[in-house]
Design a protein around this ligand. Structure first.
Ligand code: ADP
Length: 348
């Protein structure tokens, strides 16, 4: 080494005075350190450039032995008969750190969303179950009173009617609990071959719980047969729940009939597409620009992570997700999933 800049001194922890005159391999980890002179001779004899003028990410070694990532570009200049090499380095430590931090944050967000979705679900569940249970209690009390007042042989029509109503409400409560159970049961981070339609229907049921008092017409269409998909069921259901909840929020802004259409169909030979269409007011221009970015929300109580998480999930399935306004008004969100993403991982 003939020169060592002050920036390099800070980066590596060597003083120029102690390193000048030494072999540059001192700044490299194994095996590049041992091979470096060989690389150099190779270039000097063949003229073949492996790194010169190209630049790449490599590991560098500090004085204390710590390795750190750098972007290295090497230039060469000829002075008289001598060839001099210059190395320009950019320390990528913080860059890497933030990439890792983003990945970490995203997985935390997914967990958080699951927890909050579960919390929200539990609250809705308590509310939803309260109605049939109160109804059952009322019908049973009314029946009891009637039965007490009845004389032997008297008409029992009203009693039977009340008992039927009571049984129907109990059934409804049972259905609500069952649908939540199936939703929670699959709560593992696993890719499996799954029936997409079942998964979507279940998620739609969950997403529309609590909308009974202001009815929304939700239709699920499957124009052609769809094969099983290799996917993480709960994650895909989370995406569908997000999209349908957003559609519910959107249509409720407007008066008139509220319609949400969900379509599941094949997309070419190797993919499927799930579309969620609504007749709400559509996506506002400010939001549209950064639709899938975190903390982008137009709702007073929104967090703005639903679509960002959905994108992370769909991307991890090697698919993609898009949202746009429909020509006839309202919004359309769709995601496309390859049929056999991660299939190798499953079979291995
Ligand atoms: P949040 O629902 O908490 O706001 P999301 O990431 O799920 O977070 O959605 C971000 C924003 O995208 C919403 O606040 C809304 O402005 C817009 N958006 C999502 N879905 C629709 C839709 N179906 N119609 C109109 N706007 C939508």
């Amino acid at each position: 080494m003939l020169a060592f800049s002050p920036a390099a001194e800070r980066m590596f922890g060597f003083k120029a005075a102690e390193i000048i005159g030494h072999n540059i391999s001192l700044l490299m980890p194994s095996p590049h350190a041992e091979n470096h002179d060989g690389y150099l001779n190779n270039y000097l004899t063949t003229g073949k450039k492996n790194i010169i003028g190209i630049g790449r990410e490599v590991a560098a070694r500090k004085k204390n032995g710590t390795l750190f990532p750098v972007e290295l570009s090497v230039g060469v200049l000829t002075r008289h008969d001598e060839r001099l090499f210059t190395g320009f380095l950019r320390d990528l430590t913080t860059h890497r750190l933030s990439e890792n931090q983003i990945a970490d944050l995203q997985s935390k967000l997914i967990q958080l969303a699951r927890h909050s979705a579960m919390g929200e679900l539990a609250t809705t569940l308590a509310h939803e179950l309260n109605q049939p249970l109160t109804a059952i209690a009322n019908y049973t009390l009314a029946t009891r009173k009637l039965v007490t007042d009845l004389k032997p042989g008297e008409q029992t029509d009203t009693v039977l009617k009340l008992l039927d109503k009571s049984a129907k409400q109990a059934q409804r409560a049972g259905e609500i609990i069952r649908s939540i159970r199936t939703f929670v049961k699959h709560h593992e981070n696993k890719f499996r071959w799954e029936n997409l339609e079942d998964a979507v229907c279940e998620a739609v049921k969950i997403a529309t719980i609590g909308t009974g008092n202001r009815p929304i017409n939700v239709h699920i269409n499957k124009p052609d047969p769809v094969p099983d998909i290799c996917m993480d069921r709960i994650q895909i259901q989370q995406v569908v729940t997000n999209l349908v909840r957003n559609a519910v929020d959107a249509v409720r802004v407007k008066n008139g009939e509220h319609v949400i259409n969900i379509e599941i169909s094949r997309h070419g030979m190797r993919s499927v597409i799930v579309r969620v269409l609504d007749n709400g007011p559509g996506i506002t221009p400010q939001i549209e620009k950064r639709l899938f970015e975190s903390f982008n929300t137009s709702k007073p109580d929104g967090v703005g992570v639903g679509l960002a998480i959905s994108k992370t999930i769909i991307t991890s399935h090697n698919g993609y997700i898009r949202g746009r306004n429909r020509a006839q008004g309202g919004a359309e969100f769709y995601f496309i999933l390859p049929i056999d993403s991660k299939a190798e991982e499953i079979s291995s």
